[in-house]
Design a protein around this ligand. Structure first.
Ligand SMILES: [Zn+2]
Length: 314
């Protein structure tokens, strides 16, 4: 796939992206070739919506004083904007929930603002010039403290009428075994969600349940490297569950590439073992889907925000 570097509707060759996270806010400006021209990261003001808006305005101002130009701004943040109300919902920065952040920022910055979910930004970043570059349909997966996902088709984020496309973390773990039912309760109100099996804290809980020992995910992976059978068993359960969960997505979306991000994407064995395990669950006699590690790491959120196009404004 050829990446189209021109930005329809943009009045400058620069792409401005902001990653608005719970603890930090970062701006990145890419030039027309996708090279970084400006980057700045500051703490996100806690519990103060007005201060968060001011922080974003200050970052945009700093970028434009440094490199010049002006134009639309892409923002990636947890949660999504309700199409019905225009209000943000589902953000872990709860002071932003229920706020018309897109409208407020457009007013404050005097320009068009594009906002989407941070998992969508991850998928867009990797599909644009990361691990998923050159693939038509890319499913980007975040495996971190939570589990999220985003879908990019032909270089564009697939959003959907409810702005939830790709949000697989709160589907149930498919083909559950008896000992996986009903599963742990999830903050969403259900039990046995994919997130309750595949997020980092879930792995730690699973290991503690099997061994009586509370370890971090990092420690578990480290012990696998030292030949610890109990840790290897925990990782094996994780890989098999991830295989089932991804097979479920493959049967619906059939992506060309699945790109993993988030802290757990650093477990190298996933890319070898999971494709060996998903075969029985995928409704095909042959599987050409690639399972890939992200290229841009933590920068994917802010890079994806910069790659957002005006039509993806919601
Ligand atoms: Zn859930």
């Amino acid at each position: 796939m050829t990446v189209n570097l021109s930005v329809p509707g943009s009045d400058t060759p620069f792409r401005r992206g902001i990653d608005l996270g719970g603890t930090k806010t970062e701006i990145l400006v890419l030039d027309a070739q996708g090279a970084e021209r400006f980057r700045q990261r500051v703490p996100t003001p806690q519990g103060n919506y007005a201060a968060i808006l001011r922080t974003i305005a200050t970052l945009v101002d700093a970028a434009e004083r440094t490199i010049g130009g002006s134009g639309s701004v892409g923002i990636g943040t947890p949660g999504s904007i309700s199409r019905a109300t225009g209000l943000l919902r589902g953000s872990n920065s709860v002071c932003m929930n229920g706020k018309p952040i897109k409208r407020d920022l457009e007013q404050l910055l005097g320009r068009q603002v594009r906002i989407t979910n941070d998992a969508n930004c991850f998928a867009l970043s990797e599909a644009s010039d990361g691990a998923g570059c050159g693939f038509d349909v890319v499913f980007g997966v975040i495996l971190g403290t939570g589990v999220g996902g985003g879908i990019v088709v032909g270089g564009r984020v697939l959003d959907g009428p409810n702005a939830i496309a790709g949000e697989w973390g709160h589907n149930p773990l498919p083909w559950p075994r008896d000992d996986e039912r009903p599963g742990d309760p999830c903050f969403c109100g259900h039990s046995g969600c994919i997130e309750t099996f595949l997020a980092g804290p879930s792995v730690e809980r699973d290991h503690a349940r099997a061994t009586g020992e509370m370890l971090t995910t990092h420690e578990i992976v480290e012990r696998v490297g030292h030949g610890d059978p109990a840790s290897a068993a925990t990782l094996g359960r994780y890989e098999e569950r991830l295989a089932r969960a991804l097979a479920h997505v493959m049967n619906i979306l059939d992506p060309d590439a699945i790109v993993l991000g988030g802290g757990l994407s650093n477990i190298e064995s996933l890319y070898v073992e999971v494709p060996k395990l998903w075969g029985p669950w995928v409704f095909s006699d042959r599987i050409d889907t690639r399972l890939l590690k992200n290229v841009h790491g933590d920068a994917s959120g802010v890079r994806g925000a910069a790659w957002l196009r005006p039509m993806e404004a919601r």
